[in-house]
Design a protein around this ligand. Sequence first.
Ligand code: C2E
Ligand code: MG
Ligand code: MG
Ligand code: MG
Length: 280
Amino acid sequence: AAKENGRNAFVFYDEKLHKKLSRKMIIESELRQGLIRHEFTLHYQPKINVQTLEVCGMEALLRWNNRKLGSVSPYEFIPIAEESGFIKLLGSWVMNEACRQAQTWKRNGIFQGTMAVNVSVHQIKYGDVLTMIREALEKSKLAPEQLEIEITESIMQDVDATSVIFDALRAHGVRVALDDFGTGYSSFHVLKTLPIDTIKIDKSFIDDLSGVKEQSLVKAIIDIGRHLQLEVVAEGVEEEVQLDALAAYECDTAQGYLFSKPLTVLEIEHFLSQHGSKAL
Ligand code: C2E
Ligand code: MG
Ligand code: MG
Ligand code: MG
């Protein structure tokens, strides 16, 4: 019986593995098709100045609605796009589209704050990200000062190459933000080594601001940001009490469902017209 169970268990896990692998393979091939079929769109989530409650920035977030799979989360397809190298094409599409949209909004007097674009570590390591960004800026005519790129701390795997790229971007006027700050192994090492403009405190630190320990950590991160003259953004702000705490700690910027989920172009234009320049 044990042998039978063992075999069954093996079959069971094999099927599960097979399902997982085949979904991955479908995603991999559908990604390429998807770009051709215009299945990708960008949603935009506002960033809010904590003191004035004005909308000071926007983050572009990639959305994929596939003909076979329906809506697929970036948490699932971005790693697959990275592994297959497709992120280079996809990331370039995102950069061009976000810059084009930001410049359109600026031209029409709808929005003139910063446009933040997530850039994957793989794009930095394997792609010519500098050329890609310069071309997107030239094509769209967006001022480099209006663009910010968001990168996670896992970038530390390749410090030397990264600091050269960050230096070049910043010399060009583009801002650099460290995304999901505090979740990596080397948050302080990153701060010490890499030239950056902004830190985004990860949502996991913002989620529970009722505990003394959590409060101390967030206060400390904000203080570090102030001493290093960096902009500090809190991500995943969902409740008024969190915003009140962040205001008391003098955090610069907040982003989260409290103000708005990521929205389509039409929805965000409506949001901006409803709220004027104030977000609450
Ligand atoms: P991220 O850059 O850290 O973006 C924040 C994520 O949290 C987004 O998920 C956003 O929709 C979500 N979020 C924002 N406010 C709240 C909140 O108050 N509560 C909760 N529960 N969630 C909130 P999303 O859009 O699913 O994106 C997931 C991740 O996928 C992003 O994390 C980013 O790492 C990656 N990603 C998205 N778009 C792109 C892209 O164009 N290029 C690359 N390389 N990565 C992208
Ligand atoms: Mg981000
Ligand atoms: Mg983030
Ligand atoms: Mg995050």
